[in-house]
Design a protein around this ligand. Structure first.
Ligand code: GLN
Length: 204
């Protein structure tokens, strides 16, 4: 069965995620079609969702204005996978510590915007990630700090003693940008290796 992946495209880095999910699908022997999501009505048809980086205040406002926010919440309640990266993770969080971000509450974490890597706005680091055999080349760009994780949230990776990748049920969130390298293993981990899903993404 071909899987339909939706990349939330109201703002932010879209095309890199579309490419990465295609590559990750190929690595898992799954055919993937990619839809860009700018309006309500498409998310309910999607098997997988990507919530890219960009500017979290803008993304969250547009998601609510367009009526996409509640569709994403329903997608998660149905147990379908989401990969949320950087600003996407801020929007997905329970608490963004910033009233201008209306969070979705699909990943039970508290984040602080622009607080990670204070000295350097952007950096790349080899990251040990739970479930990956070799370190992942993680690109951090004005990344959020994950300051607290809820019960039941699994920390998949840490940098400098801080969580930078988490799994909360069907949602995987990263502070960094996995779409900016040719390495699609994080997309594989988040979207094609979900635990306890309904079977639609398993390799059976
Ligand atoms: N700094 C951005 C925000 O707080 C996130 C940065 C990114 O997605 N690269 O919304």
């Amino acid at each position: 069965m071909t899987l339909k992946a939706g990349v939330v495209a109201v703002q932010g880095d879209v095309s890199e995620h579309a490419e990465a999910v295609r590559r990750a699908g190929a690595a898992h022997d799954r055919e993937v079609t990619v839809e860009e999501i700018r309006t309500a009505g498409t998310v309910p048809d999607c098997d997988l969702l990507l919530l890219p980086g960009g500017e979290s205040t803008t993304i969250s406002r547009l998601l609510h204005d367009e009526g996409i926010a509640e569709e994403i919440v329903a997608h998660v309640e149905a147990g379908k996978p989401v990969l949320a990266t950087c600003a996407g993770l801020i929007v997905a969080a329970t608490d963004a510590g910033d009233d201008r971000v209306e969070t979705l509450g699909i990943a039970d974490v508290t984040v602080e915007r622009n607080a990670f890597g204070r000295q350097k706005d952007s950096f790349e680091a080899p990251l040990e990630v739970e479930g990956l055999e070799e370190p992942f080349p993680a690109v951090f760009i004005r990344a959020p700090l994950i300051s607290d994780v809820g019960e039941g949230v699994e920390v998949l990776a840490e940098w400098d003693g801080r969580p930078v990748a988490v799994r909360d049920g069907p949602v995987v969130g990263t502070s960094f940008h996995p779409e900016l390298t040719p390495d699609s293993r994080i997309h594989g981990l988040g979207l094609f290796e979900a635990e306890g899903d309904d079977g639609s993404t398993s390799d059976q």
